[in-house]
Structure formats: structure tokens, C-alpha cells
Design a protein around this ligand. Structure first.
Ligand code: GTP
Length: 389
């Protein structure tokens, strides 16, 4: 028991964070005991009340058939769903199918056991909650309206005497069978609550995962994989505010790859793209975890170094410059192997109301152009610049 519970907990956690396909298969397996219980419960009711008129109760027989066939259905769906790895779109379709069938089997069960009890309330609420996470709002509203219409139609038919209201879980006269029914209701309701909770948790995790991915896509430069200009600017604004509050220094570095136009012209645009990717990776690998590299323009990168003063930032920029010099791209079509260098403009300050993130970048930019003018492949800091001529 000591190891079983944590293992079970870990296993459920894995399913919650798995792919949509894995989650849907787990939902199929979770449905099995519920329907097995319904089928077996009705069968037990028939057996236990064999001396009463219950043996002639068609609803009990319907319950047996429904419980057994639904068990078989969920087992088959789970089994066939696990047969091959699905693409993301197929997984999404499979999840929608599973949830739709979950709702349909819930509604069918509800019609069998009678729509006016706690278990059907749980099934309906669960189906709608889960549906809200997977389907568009209009579809859910339509399903909700149809379900309510079905329940109302049933209620009206009963009140007009069109059918005798005889829910499956209630009409047992043999005391032994009644006890079994009560037990079955409690266990089935517990299982349904567990399954609903699992499904909601699993789908919420899918949602969070997607949101994180969308956020990542919106903040990343697709060519190099580092932060894009918009995101880097946001990070700099936050770092500036934080530096203002904490009194710690903040540095920014603008890095511009040297003679990049020539690289494109001589080696082709594809090699140019490869060079940009290598530069981005090299910068990212050279920086600390809480620093940020962003692609600021075509062949220009922005480094944000929170907590670094000028001396520190110059040291980091020198390290990056050296790392870039170590990059070699093999030459093509009689061209020599390509070596990369870049010009670095560093600006550091103790952030205050007199300055702004934009001012910092401007000063780093001026320092970077000084580095270009001074012969490229070097680091120049705004506080060590020659006065403008
Ligand atoms: N391959 C590739 N080239 C790009 C990309 N973005 C911008 N460029 C090119 O980068 C080149 C930048 O050239 P310039 O601004 O003249 O500067 P440079 O040749 O690097 O010269 P210096 O900066 O003075 O050393 C232009 O030719 C742009 O077309 C890109 O995503 N991929």
C-alpha cells in the first residue's frame, strides 16, 4: 500500500500530462468499470430478486445489455485507439470522439436509469464541463439545449401518462437487491466523479500546454530560436523596472555581425541564414541562464544582462566575441571556409527615472557603430568611447 498509492498517483499524473491520444485511451479505460458495474448491477438485481416480478422488468434487462455492450464498446475504443501513434490532429479528433461518445453514453444511461437523480446530474454536469474544454461554445450550447429538451420531453410524456416512470435504480422490491443497488449507485457515482475530475484535469493540462506553446511561438524568432524583437523589448522593460527597484546594475549589448551582406552575396542566402543560427546559438551558449539573447534586426542581436555592471558586461561581450571567432562554416564552390566576427556595443547603468530602456539601446547602438568604425570584430562600451568628432 505504501508504494502502491504513490505509484498510482504518479501513473495518473503521467496520463494527465500525456498526449491527447494517451489521455483519451485512459478515459476509455476509466469508463470500463462504470459500465461493467451498471451491467453487473442490473444482472445481480435480476438474480437477487428472482422470486419477485423484477425478472419481468424490461428495464433491468435493458440495463444488463446496455452495461455489457457499453463495456465492450469502451474496451474496443481503448484497444484500437492504442494500436498506432496518432498525429496531433488525429489525437485531437480521437479525443473529441471519445468525449462525444462519453456524453452520448451518459445520456443513454440517464434515459435508462431515469433522468431525475444525482448520478445523471453528475454525468450531465461532467459531460458539459468537459465538452466546454474541447468544443466550441455554440456546439456545447446546442448539446446542452438538446439534453434539456430530451429530459423535458421525457418529463412531459410521464406527466401525460404516456409512459410509466420506472427508473432502473429504484423499482426493486427485494431487500437484498435494494442493498446491492444502493452500493452500485455509490460506487458508480464515485467512479464517475473520478473520471470527470481526471478528464477535466487532463484537458486543462492540454490547454495550458497549448497556451505555453502559442506564447513561445509569439515570443520566438523562427529562424534562430532566440527571443524576437518584441519579446526582447518586453524583457528589457521588465529588467529596467527591476533594476530601478533593486538598485542593481543593468547592461545591454548590441551585437552586429560584420560584413554580413558579403556573406549573403558570396555564399548565398541559405549560408547567411545558417550563419545567423550559429551566431544565435553561440551567444545563447555563452551567456548565463538569467541573461537573454534576442534577435533585434536582420543580423543584429540584443543581449540583456541583468545585474551586470560595465566591467562585467565588457567581459561577457569579449567572451561572446571570442566564441563567434571560433565558428567556421565550410566553404562552397571554391570559396574559402567562412569565419564570423561581430561588433559589440555595450551600455551599462544603474537604471533611474532619468533614463529608459530605449535610451539604453540607443547608447549601446552608438557604441556598436564606434566598434564598426574602429575596424569591427571588437567590443566598445559607451563609457569608454572616444568623444564624438
Ligand atoms: N541570410 C539572411 N540575411 C539577412 C537576414 N536579415 C537581414 N539580412 C541581410 O543582412 C545584410 C546586412 O547588411 P548591412 O546592414 O549592409 O551590413 P553588413 O554587410 O553586415 O556590414 P557591417 O554591418 O557594416 O559590417 C543585408 O544584406 C540583409 O539582406 C536574414 O534573415 N537572413
Amino acid at each position: 500500500m505504501n508504494t502502491l498509492l504513490p505509484r498510482l498517483y504518479q501513473y495518473i499524473g503521467q496520463q494527465i500530462n500525456g498526449s491527447l491520444q494517451e489521455k483519451s485511451i485512459f478515459i476509455c479505460w476509466l469508463s470500463l468499470p462504470i459500465y461493467l458495474l451498471i451491467g453487473f448491477g442490473c444482472l445481480a438485481g435480476l438474480i437477487l430478486s428472482r422470486w419477485t416480478e423484477e425478472i419481468y422488468n424490461p428495464l433491468l434487462w435493458a440495463g444488463v445489455i446496455w452495461g455489457c455492450s457499453a463495456t465492450l464498446f469502451w474496451a474496443s475504443l481503448g484497444y484500437f485507439g492504442a494500436q498506432r501513434a496518432m498525429s496531433e490532429d488525429q489525437g485531437q479528433l480521437f479525443a473529441q470522439l471519445t468525449i462525444a461518445l462519453f456524453g452520448v453514453s451518459g445520456i443513454l444511461s440517464m434515459l435508462l436509469v431515469g433522468p431525475f437523480n444525482l448520478v445523471t446530474g453528475i454525468v450531465l454536469t461532467g459531460s458539459i464541463l468537459i465538452g466546454m474544454l474541447l468544443f466550441p461554445a455554440q456546439k456545447i450550447a446546442l448539446i446542452f439545449a438538446l439534453s434539456i429538451a430530451a429530459i423535458l420531453a421525457y418529463a412531459v410524456t410521464i406527466s401525460l401518462g404516456g409512459t410509466h416512470y420506472q427508473p432502473l435504480l429504484e423499482p426493486v422490491h427485494a431487500p437484498a437487491a435494494q442493498l446491492w443497488y444502493d452500493l452500485m449507485v455509490i460506487v458508480a457515482a464515485t467512479l464517475i466523479i473520478f473520471k470527470d475530475s481526471f478528464t477535466v484535469a487532463a484537458l486543462t493540462s492540454t490547454w495550458r500546454h497549448r497556451e505555453a506553446r502559442t506564447l513561445l511561438q509569439a515570443s520566438t524568432d523562427p529562424l534562430t530560436g532566440v527571443a524576437n524583437r518584441g519579446y526582447a523589448t518586453q524583457v528589457l522593460e521588465q529588467a529596467f523596472l527591476h533594476a530601478e527597484q533593486s538598485g542593481k546594475p543593468l547592461s545591454v549589448v548590441l551585437v552586429d555581425v560584420d560584413h554580413f551582406k558579403q556573406i549573403n552575396d558570396r555564399y548565398g542566402h541559405q549560408t547567411g541564414d545558417l550563419a545567423l543560427q550559429l551566431v544565435a546559438h553561440s551567444l545563447r551558449d555563452t551567456l548565463r541562464d538569467n541573461d537573454l539573447v534576442g534577435r533585434y534586426g536582420g543580423e543584429e542581436f540584443l543581449l540583456i544582462l541583468p545585474g551586470s555592471d560595465a566591467q562585467n558586461a565588457i567581459g561577457i561581450a569579449e567572451r561572446c566575441a571570442q566564441a563567434l571567432r571560433n565558428i567556421t562554416i565550410p566553404g562552397i564552390q571554391n570559396q574559402p571556409a567562412l569565419k564570423l566576427t561581430a561588433s559589440f556595443g555595450v551600455h551599462s547603468e544603474h537604471a533611474s527615472a532619468d533614463s529608459s530602456p530605449g535610451d539604453m539601446i540607443e547608447k549601446a547602438d552608438i557604441a556598436m557603430y564606434q566598434a564598426k568604425r574602429a575596424g569591427r570584430d571588437r567590443v566598445i562600451s559607451s563609457d569608454r568611447m572616444n568623444p564624438p568628432r
